[in-house]
Write a protein that binds this ligand. Structure first.
Ligand code: ATP
Ligand code: MG
Ligand code: FE
Length: 334
């Protein structure tokens, strides 16, 4: 089965061709980061316009690099949501146009299911499994008993991890997106500043990062008022230590309590060096649990992950209708 994946939920215009949900034949990503950077974040209207300009070029490039024609494509998988409505609509309409004109089945994919299925491009899934999803808009622990079944056992009550990274970066005057910059600074510093850890209720798998973000901002302001200078490296290291410790601890506890066989890391923040290292060393000590960490190019938004998730849905007979709409608040459990 050969699936063309299309992803336009945020600020990456992406298309990819994947064979059997596992083998990447092409994976083209046109990033708009440069255009949004001077505004310090993604500007929805600008994102939609860029997607419109790029989508045809990106799809053609993905087809060309994979050396396939539309006759070879068994299904078109597209991100239906969640994301920016105007951005999603560009991908959804491109996919519908292809499906209709070439008579190819259409499959709608949840963006976060895509992030999780990025892992299937490097390994087979062993159920039951747990996925730690950490991205720009989501932070959640997702339990999976079988393909296509998602149960959110914990999620952020305020900011997503990536959002907290980007906001902290902004207060340190680092360019957007700030996650990779904080990560780099953190490697150069030491976690010397005492910052809170949001454990919440003892049995909760939920997360909270807004208190931590405020603590970082207060630390900077207080130091400024006293005329002291805070080392940005140490502040970044301290912030990262708090985020990574909570994410690691809750993932370990959930993995043990649910008795999962595999733990998958997913989402843009999965690229974080501190998080990858912390999970690797924590799971080294836990037998019978296989930790999977995707390569960097599969962590942030791409269409190979959408094709991978779409293939599984296609195989169980799920088809999208030609009146498919974009769903900015799509629920992964449904
Ligand atoms: P969502 O997937 O929730 O809809 P999104 O698609 O915008 O949101 P992703 O593309 O998955 O998010 O991830 C982008 C986020 O990942 C940004 O917040 C970015 O700062 C963060 N990020 C990327 N690399 C790193 C890193 N090395 N350390 C920390 N954060 C990172
Ligand atoms: Mg992005
Ligand atoms: Fe994403």
């Amino acid at each position: 089965i050969v699936v063309l994946g299309i992803e336009t939920s945020c600020d990456e215009t992406a298309a990819a061709v994947v064979r059997d949900g596992k083998e990447i034949l092409s994976n083209v990503v046109a990033s708009q980061i440069e255009s949004h950077r001077r505004f310090g974040g993604v500007v929805p209207e600008l994102a939609s316009r860029h997607h419109v300009e790029q989508i045809t070029i990106v799809i053609e490039e993905a087809m060309k690099q994979a050396a396939v024609t539309f006759e070879d494509i068994d299904a078109v998988a597209v991100t239906e949501g969640p994301g920016l409505v105007g951005a999603l609509l560009v991908g959804v309409n491109a996919a519908k146009a292809l499906a209709f004109s070439r008579n190819i089945p259409l499959v709608g994919v949840h963006h976060i299911a895509g992030h999780i299925y990025a892992n299937r491009l490097i390994t087979d899934f062993t159920f039951p499994l747990l996925s730690l999803v950490v991205s720009g808009g989501h932070t959640e622990l997702v339990y999976m008993e079988k393909h296509g079944s998602f149960k959110v056992i914990g999620e952020t009550r305020d900011d997503a991890a990536g959002e907290a990274y980007d906001k902290v970066a902004r207060t340190l005057n680092l360019p957007y997106p700030g996650g990779p910059h904080i990560d780099r600074l953190a490697q150069e510093g030491t976690a010397t500043i005492d910052l809170p850890r949001a454990w919440l209720e003892e049995d909760s798998y939920d997360f909270s990062f807004s208190g931590l973000k405020s603590a970082v901002i207060n630390t900077l302001h207080n130091a400024e008022q006293r005329g002291e200078k805070i080392s940005p490296e140490n502040l970044a290291a301290s912030f990262q230590a708090s985020v990574v410790e909570v994410l690691t601890e809750k993932t370990i506890r959930a993995a043990k309590e649910l008795g999962v066989k595999q733990v998958l890391l997913a989402g843009g923040v999965a690229a974080n060096k501190g998080l990858r290292k912390s999970l690797e060393s924590a799971f080294e000590r836990i037998e019978h649990v296989d930790l999977v960490i995707p390569p960097l190019y599969l962590c942030t938004d791409n269409a190979a992950m959408i094709a991978a998730a779409g293939t599984v849905l296609f195989e169980v007979g799920i088809r999208g209708a030609l009146d498919m709409n974009a769903h900015p608040g799509l629920d992964i459990e449904k």
